[in-house]
Design a protein around this ligand. Structure first.
Ligand SMILES: Cc1ncc(COP(=O)(O)O)c(C=O)c1O
Length: 355
């Protein structure tokens, strides 16, 4: 085992209903799981049907035609071409392939914090150095971010809407960063909930990769489907370094069906907007503006770890952001749930904060 593998801790995922039920002696059916920003409205019905219809095909490897079909559907949705699209086992899988393509041991990766913690973990696994740069007070990117780039810098990760803070990057700022001679990985995992994508910029900037996922708005986290939008020079090399069959047949079929399940998508986006506003209004703590399917909250004067534990005891699982670099020990993140789940969450927070 190499030195990094010996030293590194695994990615800390949100707690599951089963874990919390066992720990606090609760009924798992009454627990509300709002720690991983999944789609609270479940998977698209058309995707479930597609999985059932294609179950009998799984003794074969996915064919190149299957991958081509999904790339064409994604190209149509994003108004780009199939040669601009690559596929991966979740956007996590795509990040890993990009690391293989761009990183040598000792390189530097810029990560404006707080943000999605997997960027840092991957950077360390690939024996590169994460350079954390604290975002501004409102979590926008700092003015001088380009000053941090040196000859060792190979990648900058920008998450928009940013997880966990919920804000997006401006076009002006992004274009300024794109002028640098490094790969800009723009993670748009939550873009369907927001109003502005920067994906069209891949036509003008050959150092931009836009990451997308079916795990959030499309409700298919368990199938592990990610894609990226970029220029054909990168997509061709990407195919050489990525595993040969990144997506399983049921995943491909479910993703195509999800793209065409307009009703489920509309319901997801509309309900998220309404319920996000309700959480922001009714939670008696400082909440930040959010373009994602989650709300970032400052629980001051109560510590995040304390309130997270109290909420879990009441059957509400949220994310304690204390361990995330750049967060305060009073930051939590709550996924927008269904109306019933949100009511339970709001009531639980009100009870805890009254004491
Ligand atoms: C910002 C961000 N990017 C990527 C991912 C991983 O997504 P996937 O399920 O596609 O691997 C997550 C998951 O929470 C995320 O928050």
């Amino acid at each position: 085992m190499n030195k990094v593998a010996k030293e590194i801790d695994e990615y800390k995922r949100g707690k599951t209903k089963e874990e919390i039920a066992e720990k606090y002696g609760l009924n798992p059916n009454e627990i509300v799981s709002l720690a991983s920003n999944e789609n609270s409205y479940g998977p698209p019905p058309k995707a479930i049907q597609a999985i059932k219809e294609n179950a009998g095909r799984v003794y074969r490897y996915p064919s190149p035609k299957d991958a081509e079909r999904i790339r064409r559907e994604i190209a149509q949705k994003t108004k780009l071409k199939p040669e601009n699209v690559v596929l991966g086992t979740g956007s996590d899988g795509i990040m890993e392939s990009l690391m293989k393509m761009y990183i040598e041991p000792g390189d530097q990766v810029i990560i404006p914090t707080p943000t999605f913690s997997y960027y840092t973990l991957l950077t360390k696994i690939y024996k590169a150095k994460p350079k954390h740069i604290q975002r501004n007070q409102n979590y926008s990117l700092p003015k001088n971010i380009s000053n941090e780039i040196n000859q060792d810098t190979k990648i900058i990760f920008i998450c928009s809407p940013n997880n966990p803070t919920g804000n997006t990057v401006t076009t002006e700022k992004l274009k300024q960063i794109l002028k640098q001679d490094i790969l800009v990985v723009l993670d748009e995992a939550y873009i369907e909930f927001a109003d502005q994508t920067h994906a069209p910029l891949v036509k003008q900037h050959d150092n931009l990769v836009v990451l997308r996922t079916f795990s959030k708005a499309y409700g298919l986290a368990g199938l592990r489907i990610g894609y990226a939008l970029t220029n054909p020079k990168i997509t061709n090399k990407y195919k050489a370094v990525s595993p040969p069959f990144p997506l399983a047949i049921p995943s491909i079929e479910a993703a195509i069906a999800a793209l065409n399940d307009k009703e489920h998508h509309k319901k997801t986006i509309k309900n998220n907007q309404r319920e996000r506003k309700r959480l922001q209004k009714e939670i008696p703590l400082k909440t930040y503006p959010s373009k994602g399917n989650y709300v970032f909250i400052d629980t001051s004067p109560i510590k995040a770890t304390k309130i997270t534990k109290k909420l879990m005891k009441k059957g509400v699982i949220v994310r304690d952001c204390t361990p995330i670099p750049g967060c305060k020990d009073t930051h939590i993140r709550i996924t927008v749930g269904t109306p019933k789940e949100n009511t339970k969450t709001i009531q639980a927070i009100k009870k805890i904060t009254k004491k």
